[in-house]
Design a protein around this ligand. Sequence first.
Ligand code: ADP
Ligand code: MG
Length: 959
Amino acid sequence: MADGSGECNIKVVCRFRPLNDSEEKAGSKFIVKFPSTEDSVSIGGKTYMFDKVFSPKANQEKVYNDSAKAIVKDVLGGYNGTIFAYGQTSSGKTHTMEGVLADSLYMGIIPRIVNDIFNYIYSMDEAIEFHIKVSYFEIYLDKIRDLLDVSKVNLSVHEDKNRCTYVKGATERFVTCPEEVMEVIDEGKSNRHIAVTNMNEHSSRSHSVFLINVKQENQENQKKLTGKLYLVDLAGSEKVSKTGAEGMVLDEAKNINKSLSALGNVISALADGNKSHIPYRDSKLTRILQESLGGNSRTTIIICCSPASFNEMETKSTLEFGRRAKTIKNVVIVNEELTAEEWKRRYEREREKVSKLRAQLQRAEQELMRWRGGESVPADEQSGLTRDLDTSTLSLSESGQAHHLSNMYNTGVVSSDPLTNEERMKFEEERTRLYAQLDEKDDEIDKFSQQIEKLKEQIVDQEELFNTGRRDNDLLQADLTRIQQDNESLKEEVKEVLQALEELAVNYDQKSQEYEAKSREVETLGEDLTAKSTALNSRDSELQQLKEQTTHQKRRYMEMVTNLMKDLAEVGIVLGANQNTSFIGELKLSGDASKLDDEFTVARLYVSKMKSEVKALTTRTVQLEAYQTASHKKMETAERELTECKLLISQYEAKMTSLQESIRDAENKRRLMEETVDTLNEECAKLKAAEEMHQVTSIEKEKEKDSVEQMKNALEHQIEKHRENHQKQLATLRDEIADKQAMIDQFKDGNQKLTLALERLQQDYDRLKTEENEKSVKLQELTLLNEKCDQAKQDLKGLEETVAKELQSLFNLRKLFVEDFKNRFKKIVVGEEPDDAANSGGSLVQKQKISFLENNLEQLTKVHKQLVRDNAELRCELPKLEKRLRTTMERVKTLESALKEAKESAMKDRKRYQHEVDRIKEAVRQKNLARRGHVAQIAKPIRAGGGPIVFRNQNIQQK
Ligand code: ADP
Ligand code: MG
């Protein structure tokens, strides 16, 4: 049936794939058997017959050659063609239809067909021009989505004037070579991938339709042929559970099965043969395939099956589907646009046929009359009406009407219903009207869905923008919070530092107070000390007196003792003289003590002298410091005055310059005036000369004399007037000049005064400066002196201590001496005198006093030492504290500067982000604008025989 119009069965081929890995792992058995005839397959004891059965061994090329190759010729011969693959998911539909596109061994039917179409074109007559365009779309949930334009998501199906269905608005790409077709397929596939998340699930539930439309025109006889080829990879034929996939509402789940069950219904209806209505309109898929199933198309169904025992049920139902489909008959005709010549010829033929039929009718009517007249007509005279009618219908079918009739039959126009023809016509009209309405509604839906898609895209864009904006905002916010946190922490640090500073200040205050208190104590103690030392002095003097008394008494005793000794010596020479020598040593000792006393007093004197000097020095320094501050103040005021004076001077100078300018102006004016006076004088002289001349000629012109006189008078008068005016002006100008001069003098005086004052101030300033320098030098000296003083004080203290120690030892010695003396005296003198006891009692009291004072002195010195040490410690601590203060201040400063920098950088970042956001917005806007523009589609004609010129050029370019 490959050539010539007429009825033909749908071709059904069956392909079994090999067991796949998972089936083998699961231990599935290979349950199908292939008899050697290649057109049958048996499963479970039942044998199915098809046009062709491919075992798993059949490779892609064999499948193509045996099932699809013929269709190329048909399509290029002006017939419609359809190949679709049916079968459960992973049964090999996509493998069969597409295969591995770029692999010459594993490529499927689509790439092979495309290559063959072009090869066939290249081998055809050069006079034929081809226009090949392709479309690619998918049907998912009964919505047609254009794979070449993602914005078209719900295309509608319409009928053209020949009542052929087509997808309205589907993108059509004109192609000139197989590579271009492959590019289109790749584009469609990538678009399909972009739109979905789970490609496997999606592809098993959607039908993909690739449409090749071939139009050809013979340039010589204007014969035009068109052929459409649908290549369909159907969704998996297995039942999707009622609940559908995850996250899918019930309606969607129902829709998944809808198109395939509609396909099953259509095929069953067609297979039954006597059904009046075929439900093509039940789904978009069946509507697109309307021509392919029972219409004008050469159709091949490839049923794909798994051989595994696990899939037995599905395989059986697939085979059943194929068996039913095999019975469907299509009526194919060439899609030809006839030329006028052709139409004329056909018209002639039809007219001939009509006249023949009329003659037949007449003959039949005559026969009828004869029959009605009771005459029996012999067989050889009967008209061959039935045979003739048969031929006429055949010829009708030839002219394309048969298809229409069969359509009418299918759609129930011609049937044996009890309805009258009129009613039927009415219903038919109603139906077409309703279908037209349906199509309109479809169009509207399409439009709306496209709008929705556009809006969705816009929303996505906006969301993206929003998201980027939000992200930027978040980043900025984070930055801001970070900066704020930094700020907070810095603030806290600053606060801490300030607190530390305050503490330090408080500590410092406390310490200074303590120091003051201590120094006050030291002073009081020093006063005490002086008091004590005066007391000590008085005691010393008392002691001295006592000593003198004692020495006096000693002497007396000595005398007495010597007398006694003499007496005794005289009395008892027998007693030795040893004791005498020891006594003399004791006396020597007492002499040493007196020497020490002397030294002590001298030292004391020195100390007091130094103290008074130190005091004088400190008062002097204090005075000098006060004086220095005062002089500083004075200097400052002087400087201020100086600057003021400078200002004044500059003002006056400016005034002076302006005045000088005005003077110059006046000078100029004066010069001008003088010049005018000169000219006027000249004029005057001239006039006088003229007058003289007149006087000379007056004799001759005595008649005119009067008039001349008058003129002269008038002139003189005028001149007088002028002169007066000039004089007045001169006078005023001179006055002005005088005024100005006076003013200038005044200003000059003022200026001089001010400059003098300035000089004086400068001198004062210099003097003060030198004074200050001197003072500072003095101050330094004084501080040096002060330090020396301190040193001296400390030395003094050391001295005092040594003196005190020596004093102590002295006292000890004295005590020893007194005791020794007492003992000796007791030993030597037997008879005691009464005033001796009183003497010893007085010395005892004195001794007690002395020891008490000594104790006091010791304590005081201790306290003094302690105080001095404290003071030194505090002094040591002070620079440390100052250092800390300075470092904290520095830290605060660095922190502040860091904060400032951070703020600045944040501002900069913010500006940069703003700029970036603006730029992105602009770019997005431009993109949106660009997207809206439509690109015109240009038909690229390709010529048969030796390939298209365009294509070759392109190929060369590509190479
Ligand atoms: P479907 O499109 O029906 O869901 P596929 O065509 O994607 O199934 O096939 C599923 C797997 O089986 C793919 O990996 C494919 O390569 C493999 N396959 C299908 N048919 C054959 C075959 N005849 N020979 C070898 N492998 C096949
Ligand atoms: Mg697939």
